[in-house]
Design a protein around this ligand. Structure first.
Ligand code: SF4
Length: 354
């Protein structure tokens, strides 16, 4: 393939077929950054309402930096990967503190900010500041591996370096923003993972995958990842219209979100055994109900959760084991406003509590 051919071809395709998305018509680094963080591991259709909510609530980096972390997490609720939301907030604060509220302009400087890796730094540097640095995401791996017939493992460090070099050789020095957008959009609309539109593809004549029928083999991704199983036993304790909740602290998942007092086991156990450990029930409670198992799948772990519902008499003091878990009573109204993991909102929704 002649130098420049790939870039010219894909940019002219982009002019004709790209979707009109709100963050495409701007060179505002704040909006570009926000959209890129939201769209990591999230489909456009799912991410779009979140992007709009964030822009509505925080129209610039200063207003986001000044927000309370709890409010940022509340807006993020449902998108998962909450570290992204916490880093979003930290990054905004750093831009305000160290860069006078303006995003730095180069790939190298952007990469120093919290939550900004190679991909996001390249996206902001090229889209907002026209630096010719290539973005490499799942779409880019797919398009390049197929068009050029590359079977290197995209999950390996060598594979990543190889594709990054190739993408940076191919990028248009005159129109880096358009080039990057075009490759990603082409992967998202035409060169699809399962049913690529090869019949009327602009690269049909030169695409190695098409010529050799390798579309479903490329890109090669071999990942060896251990999935951990966790067993959660939640105490859903009710006192009239108040519910006990705790803020998750520490380094684990869902830090800063609110859930119910939790007991965790490495293996499944009978919930009755756990109830006795925490609640020396004396007969004044209305007994306990135990939910079916809820399965919640995260990227590296599967959570099996049971909810133990206990109606607690208002006059009775809570057992010390729960006070130790920092549990506090919240009204339904207050609870609605707290940022919560999706697992918790699923349970509340299933039981018509919220
Ligand atoms: S011919 Fe098919 S596999 Fe090759 S780039 Fe086009 S859509 Fe992708």
């Amino acid at each position: 393939m002649k130098e420049g051919y790939f870039s010219k071809k894909i940019i002219s395709w982009y002019h004709e077929y790209h979707r009109d998305l709100p963050w495409r018509n701007t060179q505002d680094a704040y909006k570009i950054w926000l959209s890129e963080i939201i769209l990591q591991q999230t489909r456009v259709a799912q991410g779009l309402p979140y992007y709009e909510k964030f822009i509505l609530n925080f129209s610039n980096v200063k207003s986001l930096a000044n927000a309370k972390e709890r409010d940022v997490l509340r807006l993020w609720q449902g998108l998962g990967y909450y570290t992204r939301a916490r880093n979003l907030h930290k990054c905004a604060q750093e831009v305000v503190r160290n860069f006078d509220g303006k995003f730095p302009k180069t790939f190298g400087e952007l990469k120093q900010l919290p939550g900004i890796g190679d991909y996001t730094a390249a996206a902001i540097a090229s889209f907002a500041f026209n630096e010719p640095v290539a973005v490499v995401d799942g779409n880019v791996y797919r398009v390049l591996s197929r068009v050029f017939g590359i079977d290197k493992n995209i999950a390996s460090p060598e594979g990543k370096i190889f594709f990054s070099k190739l993408a940076n050789q191919l990028i248009s020095k005159d129109e880096p923003a358009l080039h990057n957008q075009a490759v990603m959009e082409f992967g998202a609309l035409d060169c699809l993972p399962q049913n690529p539109h090869c019949e009327d593809c602009i690269f049909q004549k030169t695409c190695v995958a098409f010529q050799q029928d390798l579309q479903l083999i490329l890109p090669v991704k071999i990942k060896q990842q251990k999935v951990t199983k966790r067993y959660f036993y939640y105490f859903f304790v009710r006192n009239g219209k108040k519910i006990l909740m705790t803020e998750r602290t520490g380094k684990g998942i869902w830090k800063g979100l609110y859930d119910f007092p939790l007991h965790e086991e490495k293996r499944p156990v009978r919930p009755e055994k756990i109830i006795g450990k925490y609640f020396p029930l004396d007969g004044n409670e209305k007994g306990s109900q135990i939910s079916e198992e809820y399965k919640h799948v995260l990227s590296h772990q599967i959570i099996h959760a049971r909810f133990i519902q206990i109606d607690w008499p208002s006059a009775k003091e809570l057992p010390p084991s729960l006070i130790h878990l920092n549990a506090r009573w919240y009204s339904l109204n207050q609870m609605e406003k707290l940022p919560k993991p999706v697992l918790i909102t699923r349970y509340l929704g299933d039981h018509s509590i919220l």
